[in-house]
Design a binder for this molecule. Sequence first.
Ligand code: NAP
Length: 328
Amino acid sequence: MIKPKVLIASRISKEAEAYIGTYCDYERWEGPRQIPQEVLFEKLQDKEGAILTGIPVNEELLSHAPKLRVASNVSVGYNNFDIKAMKARGIIGTNTPGVLENTVADLVMGLMLATARRISELDHYVKAGRWKREDNKNLFGLDVYGTTLGIIGMGRIGEAIAKRAKFGFDMEVRYYNRTRKYEAEKHLGVVYSDFETLLKTSDFVVLIVPLTEDTYHMIGTKEFALMKESAFFINASRGQTVDEEALIRALENKELLGAGLDVFETEPVQPDNPLLRLPNVITVPHIGSSTEKTRRCMAMTAAKNLVAALQGDITDSCVPELRRKGSR
Ligand code: NAP
């Protein structure tokens, strides 16, 4: 039987690569840097499937990939998929939900703790040899436990954060979604809130929505102005869901107490980004799902999704907008 030709353009684990090799005739981009566009387009000419995490799958790419049937992401976010262009050509797009929620939720809790308890700042302080016996109040932070958390985007990751916050930190958890999650309200004791009330009443505001046309710059000047001056803002969704200039202004003007950021409008973040100079901002380099175990699971899920979709099995991992009628 002739195996379908596949391109692995993003890094995946050896096991995932071996899995793909069992069912497909594959070519892998070896470079440490992202595959250059001209190389990508040339290699896609004869490919039916590809692992394309973070690479825009748009009209331009598709015009160089006449045989492409499946684009597989090693991520849960799929804002790199131009749904309209893919739909027009009947391309299936897959992602990796169900294997990274807990890892991302752990990081979000870490960002909440790090901002409120000034962990990064005080780590530098100790290591710089500045800790003196008389230090006391200047080392104080704020409590996380028992405060109010507002989650914008009560999806899979939102629920994993809510569980930690509610049962581990005794927080009151409010959430905003376009649709109410009655099951989550029952099981996790979370409370639905409208957008404005959530912003006005939360001690921590966590943003964990997908990046879409609706969520682009969902949090900007107006939203920061509504938040408490004592609030911390955490973004682990995508950088473009936040108007970064508005965030910088809000932090500089003390409209917010601090921010914990895993994602940025431009990644890698530019060294001259003012966010990097603000002491009340904790930054990490988009590491939400970055643990060995989770990344391996994600890579294997993406490999299985790719093979399954090439074989005509459109599983739940096919992104909802590209699922065909009759598929699960
Ligand atoms: P999910 O299960 O699809 O949940 C997304 C939630 O966002 C849903 O509850 C959805 O509810 C809500 N939402 C969507 N559009 C909205 C809008 N316009 N206003 C308010 N709520 C909206 O996705 P997930 O697995 O939790 O992941 C969420 C996002 O996190 C991903 O898309 C990705 O961008 C990001 N992420 C980041 C990392 C990282 O490394 N930092 C890792 C994984 C994922 P409604 O549709 O009812 O509104």
